[in-house]
Design a protein around this ligand. Structure first.
Ligand code: G4P
Ligand code: NA
Ligand code: NA
Length: 190
């Protein structure tokens, strides 16, 4: 998506060779015009996929996901993150280990918001190692539903997340694919 790539080039800040800071339009301040375009693009990509729900994870996945859900005219559910949790039987729970943050999150979704008839589009802001998306997919499976695809705003293609998700059999659509952040320079996949 060209508008997104331009925004990354003008406003993205490279931190070392591994992390791209995009606080000015995605992770802290949100650019609603860009987000709206992102929603349009996801909706076009998955127009024929029979999506019944969009699923993301708090907090930064919510902005792009809400625009995708708006364009697809379906509900958005965001999984909640909790460090520890007493077991309850009215929620789906999965663990997601973050290599970036070196911590494990428990993510939860109320059982009343996903069901076996759902065809779910999973959306997230970043794809690094794919663990958040996999945990969301396991929650969809717990509900008996089907993952129709995974939409990512910014994929770090030098990490293994895309391959992990493809190996698991999922359709992955990333709107910007960052090939490298070496030498303080953002390079996209051709
Ligand atoms: P994974 O799901 O692909 O395995 O990713 P990982 O656990 O490694 O990512 C942990 C958190 O770090 C996620 O945010 C993810 O969006 C974010 N992240 C990973 N790489 C980058 C990067 O290069 N730049 C930025 N800006 N974020 C990155 P989170 O902890 O869920 O927080 P939130 O932003 O959703 O609140
Ligand atoms: Na994030
Ligand atoms: Na996220």
């Amino acid at each position: 998506m060209e508008a997104l790539k331009s925004k990354i080039l003008t406003d993205g800040v490279v931190l070392g060779s591994q992390v791209l800071k995009v606080d000015s339009f995605l992770n802290h301040r949100i650019d609603p015009v860009l987000m709206s375009g992102i929603g349009d693009t996801f909706a076009e990509l998955f127009a024929d996929a029979g999506i019944t729900k969009v699923l993301t994870i708090e907090s930064s996945g919510i902005a792009p996901a809400v625009f995708a859900a708006l364009r697809l005219e379906v509900d958005l559910i965001f999984a909640r993150k909790r460090k520890s949790l007493t077991l309850r039987d009215d929620i789906y729970t999965e663990k997601a280990y973050s290599f970036t943050k070196q911590e494990e999150n428990e993510i939860t979704v109320s059982k009343s918001f996903l069901n076996a008839e759902d065809r779910v589009l999973i959306i997230d802001d970043f794809l690094a190692n794919g663990q958040a998306a996999l945990a969301l997919a396991r929650i969809v499976r717990q509900a008996g539903g089907e993952v129709a695809g995974i939409g990512i705003v910014i994929e770090k293609s030098f990490q293994n997340g895309r391959q992990v998700l493809l190996d698991a059999g999922f359709r992955v659509e990333s709107l910007a694919r960052v090939a490298s952040l070496e030498n303080n320079t953002i390079r996209f996949v051709e």
